[in-house]
Design a protein around this ligand. Structure first.
Ligand code: SAM
Length: 288
């Protein structure tokens, strides 16, 4: 559990234009936990670069993929203004770029990504108006999504954007991620659950199922409770509706086909102990 907020930093007002950005310091914590210095981290859905900033803060090499040039430009602007080293940011559809990376035999030591939550950017905003269950919405829908959707249903009406299309796109991206991740290494995915159409949707369970289908093993979940989020009262008088103030970081691993030999394990342990002695980093993982 990470029960904390991250104060505004790294030109938050600029990064806020995106709407789905993650705190670079939280990404840094995760990158440090799952990698060693100079290792190579991938974010196939990079947005305005939370993961890539985390890589720069921790001395890792990062590669991001983002289909929207506007977010790439903001990432570069933030690096410029903050004098942070820029990581590689590729423009394009993650599926195509990942195919190219696989062909060129590029491999990564860790994947940290943040998927657009199904309908999250298009969901009804109540803005203080209320409706009874079964009544038409009195609120407004955000029809000008700031986040790029996964497929060409971008301009389709809200209700025609099925969850199946979202799941298919996720699968297409994560099966490619699986190919470019080194065996034995981890993939962490930010995801929040949501309440929509009178039902609660366990999107974290959907993501767990999709990643299991493409070969990953689910290892656990980290709950990030942003304590600066206000709790809201919804559904007063009529029903109980959750006020969602937490997100998940789902932790997956691409298992090794063969177990490490005793010699390999000893080598890793020795190297880790040396690193801890010389850098004081006590929270990086001991590979096993
Ligand atoms: C939730 S946001 C990531 C935000 C990021 N963690 C940050 O800190 O800015 C997901 C991003 O994925 C991008 N995206 C969606 N589908 C994509 C695709 N097929 N290929 C590349 N990028 C895509 C969206 O444009 C969006 O910026």
């Amino acid at each position: 559990m990470i029960p904390r907020n991250f104060p505004p930093s790294f030109q938050l007002s600029l990064r806020n234009k995106h709407g789905g950005q993650k705190p670079p310091e939280l990404c840094e914590m995760l990158v440090r936990t799952f990698t060693k210095e100079n290792e190579h981290v991938l974010d196939p859905l990079a947005g305005v670069g939370g993961t890539l900033l985390g890589c720069s803060l921790s001395g890792r090499k990062g590669t991001g993929i983002e289909m929207n040039q506007e977010w790439i430009d903001i990432y570069h602007q933030v690096c410029d203004l903050e004098s942070v080293p820029t990581q590689e940011m590729r423009h394009g559809d993650a599926r195509e770029v990942l195919d190219d990376l696989a062909k060129s035999k590029t491999r990564f030591d860790y994947i940290l990504t943040d998927v657009p939550y199904w309908k999250m950017d298009r969901v009804e905003k109540s803005r203080g108006t209320f409706k009874k269950v079964g009544e038409d919405a009195k609120g407004v829908f955000s029809d000008k999504s700031k986040l790029s959707p996964f497929n060409n249903t971008a301009t389709a009406p809200l209700e025609s954007l099925g969850k199946d299309a979202w799941k298919r796109s996720m699968k297409e991206i994560f099966e490619r991620c699986f190919k470019v991740l080194e065996p034995g290494r981890y993939c962490c995915v930010f995801i929040g659950n949501m309440y929509h159409g009178g039902k609660y949707h366990l999107l974290n369970a959907d993501i767990a199922g999709i990643l299991a289908d493409v070969g990953f093993t689910l290892k656990g979940e980290i709950v990030w409770y942003d304590v600066s989020n206000n709790l809201h009262l919804y559904g007063i008088n009529y029903s109980w509706i959750p006020s969602i103030v937490h997100q998940f970081i789902m932790v997956f691993r691409k298992e090794r086909k063969k177990k490490l030999t005793k010699e390999e394990r000893n080598g890793i342990e020795k190297a880790n102990i040396n690193r801890i002695k010389t850098s004081g980093m006590r929270h990086e993982i001991i590979d096993s």
